[in-house]
Design a binder for this molecule. Structure first.
Ligand code: ADP
Length: 244
């Protein structure tokens, strides 16, 4: 990838965004017919699909938990989703992303309501441009609502990066590659309030002050994404109502 001389010019980013501006987002609920819940989501050039199955009886039986549902989350990148063809199948990175995303959803899904069950969340990245894990979490959250799975709130995810010494919201590939640091966040949001941080990872270095600022910026971005998630879900249920 070509390294731009500067990532920030006159307070604007190389794609014309201001520092605190998200990439354009598109959300389509109920994208797949066979899944219990599904969502197609675009976040800039990221294009992802989430499919939720369950709750259904966990099988084989030894994976069952008599007190709650088991949550499984699989993040997968299509071989054609990145510039150079990616070898198909799981790798260290996708195993790590699946693990941290699963843990974030475990904090949100009311899994005690479904003992001995499993809830499967599959996310497929069709095209990646940095922040694919955040796009996948946002899609998975909508797909879970579509599947009717009770949750303590919505999980909404966005990253903040440090590039050319300043913080930017929702970094794209060039900013991710050539920036100094990157923090993906996921927040539990309920009734228009951010209740807690369910995921926080960090790549690179930031000062304590910068981290505080990054949290503020991420919260602002997450609230905007949350509104779009809600609108997409409402639109789907309203349309369903109209069509009987
Ligand atoms: P995220 O997509 O959540 O930001 P990373 O920071 O690990 O995760 O990756 C940043 C970006 O790097 C991805 O969105 C993708 O565009 C690219 N990328 C990741 N893995 C690969 C890979 N195996 N081959 C080529 N590009 C990749």
């Amino acid at each position: 990838m070509f390294k731009p001389e500067k990532l920030i010019f006159d307070g604007k980013r190389i794609d014309g965004r201001t520092l605190d501006q998200l990439r354009p987002i598109k959300i389509e609920v109920d994208f797949l017919k066979r899944a219990d819940g599904s969502c197609y989501l675009e976040m800039g050039k990221n294009r992802v699909v989430a499919a939720v199955y369950g709750p259904r009886e966990a099988y084989p039986r030894h994976i069952q938990d008599p007190t709650k549902a088991v949550i499984r989350y699989r993040y997968n990148m299509a071989p054609f989703s990145v510039e150079e063809r990616k070898r198909p199948g799981p790798d260290r990175r996708s195993v790590e992303i699946s693990k941290v995303s699963k843990e974030a959803f475990e904090a949100v899904i009311m899994k005690e309501l479904f003992p001995r069950s499993v809830i499967d969340i599959f996310v497929e990245v069709l095209q990646a441009d940095a922040g694919s894990r955040t796009a996948c979490i946002n899609a998975a959250s909508v797909a879970l609502v579509d599947a009717g799975i009770p949750m303590k709130g919505m999980l909404t995810s966005v990253a903040v990066a440090k590039v050319d010494g300043v913080l930017v919201l929702d970094p794209m590939k060039e900013e991710d590659n050539f920036g100094e640091a990157d923090i993906p966040f996921a927040f539990l949001i309920r009734g228009d309030r951010i209740e807690s941080i369910a995921l926080l990872q960090m790549d690179g270095r930031m000062t304590k002050e910068e981290i505080k600022e990054a949290i503020k910026l991420a919260k602002k971005g997450a609230m905007e994404i949350y509104q779009m998630q809600r609108e997409a879900i409402m639109k789907k249920f309203l349309e369903e109502g109209e069509n009987g």
